[in-house]
Design a protein around this ligand. Structure first.
Ligand code: ATP
Ligand code: MG
Length: 557
């Protein structure tokens, strides 16, 4: 990997050198309104890496100031995902809602300084008064209320004397500021709602822009790393923090979000897929929520590597899903056993093999990694092979089985196809062959060569298993042609073949695989035992990624 530092590290170095801060404190501040996705992984890994690299601390803080959309289910899933990614918050788990008292005090402080006022305008009026990029805003008629009156009204808001939307508290900054965020933003609103953490204690809630910078300040965050859309909010954040009395606001540094080409990443959009039943829950293995990636079989290491490879910068860019696939292949290639599973089985009968005989063959688990040892697999007269490994009339360059052709059964013997049987619909039901007993282990007895090697499983000990193959949820061809994954109506171009279910036969040892066990199935890809749908003795395998790759690792100087 490249050893040069990214721009955030340069800023931190500068701050430490100049004595702006003498330590580093970062945080990941999710809103618990959905599951985390691959984009969040970037933020989690960046924030926890910075803390680790500079010997600092990393907080996990739930930004739970909006009672409408938040759920405890999301809090739990987020904790699990952050932990799984290896970002350790130790004992520093915080909730913005735990600061509601302090935020309220901060708001009163602003009122007392003459820096905030209670407004009677409706949401629509506030919007109308705000002006535009080209026109300054208009002052709120309540802008010059006395401090005493404001304080009383704000206390009345808190005491429940007003209905939702009747009154708001606004910061008193500058209605003509070129940055619209500075035009007297709303900082508290009335909302008679039950909060997942504070219950019915509050009927006023702080707005995100007021709450967020204060949360960082309360926790002593030094470097508040966030995505680019918050760049314009930075002057406001600094204003709040300083006016409330913190001398040194956290330094906010913005970086570009991680996007994946032709993949649905936004929380809102994933939520819609879940709610409309296009996918089977937040952890459907076709999604890129962290829960889905984990269930599909990605490792935390592969995700960290992907995030590090995509880099940290201010320039908006889109990563390729193929790069993520590259990372998981690299991780699993040397570390998992290579098994034989036939996804679309057809019977192969070896006519000259003794009936009733079974022999055990010793095969290495992974030729690239001797430490993974070896296992015994059974071989007999009747096997299963892949339907497409036999052809009645082969095209040119087809080196697998066809009548008269000899191939190697992986780790076993050379066989030559002799004949086949068909059912009434013309489908091949059985392929017959003869084997060369001298080629045990798949070794040529006399130097003669075979061009094809195919995998198989012994029919007498094979276990029926379910194997799920995935393609992108998005119809990539369509999306590329249209230049968007959404059509005119905002609906996704969906790929009808994103899930294919195979009734496969696996070698016997796979019968007992446990949730999250990972394997290579030779010639088919890397697979993971599904944690939800597998039953004792009847595993379900998800294909994480196929073996083929079109991805080229970008050159580094
Ligand atoms: P989404 O845009 O998917 O709805 P969000 O930004 O609303 O996500 P939050 O819970 O508010 O989700 O985000 C928590 C943190 O994760 C924020 O600091 C946000 O900037 C960061 N983040 C969100 N999406 C991405 C992304 N695609 N790449 C990098 N960081 C992200
Ligand atoms: Mg958000």
């Amino acid at each position: 990997m490249e050893n040069s530092k990214h721009f955030i590290e340069n800023f931190i170095d500068e701050d430490l050198k100049e004595g702006v801060y003498d330590h580093v404190q970062t945080r990941f501040p999710p809103e618990p309104n959905g599951y985390l996705h691959i984009g969040h992984a970037k933020s989690i890994i960046l924030n926890s890496n910075m803390a680790k690299e500079y010997g600092g601390k990393f907080n996990l803080r739930f930004d739970d100031t909006n009672p409408t959309k938040e759920k405890s289910e999301f809090v739990e899933s987020i904790k699990e995902d952050v932990k799984w990614l290896g970002a350790d918050w130790e004992d520093r788990l915080f909730f913005a809602s735990d600061y509601f008292d302090k935020m309220y005090e901060a708001a009163e402080k602003l009122i007392l300084k003459g820096k905030a006022y209670v407004s009677d305008l409706s949401a629509d009026e506030i919007k109308e008064y705000r002006g535009s990029f080209t026109e300054p805003g208009k002052n709120d008629p309540s802008r010059e209320r006395s401090i005493e009156e404001n304080l009383q009204l704000f206390r009345d808001m808190k005491a429940g004397k007003y209905g939702d939307g009747e009154k708001v508290l606004r910061a008193k900054i500058d209605m003509a500021a070129p940055n619209i965020n500075m035009r007297d933003p709303v900082i508290y609103r009335v909302a008679h709602m039950t909060h997942h953490n504070t219950g019915d204690k509050w009927c006023i809630y702080p707005m995100y822009d007021f709450a967020h910078p204060l949360e960082d300040a309360f926790e002593g965050i030094t470097h508040s790393l966030c995505t680019l859309e918050f760049e314009d909010h930075r002057p406001l954040y600094d204003w709040f923090v300083r006016e409330v009395g913190f001398e040194m606001p956290p330094r906010q540094i913005e970086f570009a979000k991680l996007y994946l080409n032709n993949v649905v990443t936004g929380k809102r959009y994933i939520k819609k897929l879940v709610e409309t039943g296009v996918v089977d829950g937040w952890d459907d293995p076709r999604l890129v929520s962290i829960a889905a990636l984990r269930r599909r079989g990605f490792t935390p290491e592969s995700i960290r590597k992907f995030v590090e490879m995509s880099g940290i910068s201010k320039a908006q860019s889109v990563a390729d899903y193929a790069a993520l696939e590259y990372c998981i292949r690299e991780d699993l290639k040397p570390s998992v056993s290579r098994m034989m599973v036939v996804l679309d089985p057809v019977k192969l009968v070896i006519d000259n093999y003794p009936e009733g005989k079974t022999e055990m063959l010793t095969v290495p688990n992974n030729q690239e990694n001797e430490a993974l040892g070896s296992r015994e697999i059974s071989f007999g007269r009747e096997l299963y092979i892949e339907r497409d490994d036999f052809m009645e009339e082969p095209p040119k360059k087809y080196f697998r089985l066809f009548p008269g052709n000899e191939v190697r059964l992986m780790n076993a013997y050379f066989v030559t196809a002799t004949s086949f049987e068909k059912d009434e619909n013309g489908n091949i039901t059985v392929v017959h062959c003869t084997y060369d007993p001298e080629s045990r282990g798949g070794n040529s007895p006399d130097g003669r060569k075979v061009k094809g090697t195919i995998h198989w499983v012994d029919a007498s000990s094979a276990v029926p298993v379910t194997v799920r193959l995935y393609e992108n949820l998005i119809d990539e061809e369509k999306a590329n042609e249209k230049g968007s994954i959404y059509d005119e109506n905002g609906e996704l171009y969906l790929n009808p073949n994103s899930l294919q279910v195979c009734n496969a036969f696996a070698e016997a040892s796979l019968k007992d695989s446990k949730a999250f066990d990972r394997f290579q199935f030779v010639r088919q890809g890397f697979f993971c035992t599904d944690c939800k749908d597998s039953k004792e003795g009847a595993p379900v395998f998800n294909r994480i990624v196929s073996l083929k790759s079109s991805f080229v690792l970008p050159k580094t100087e």
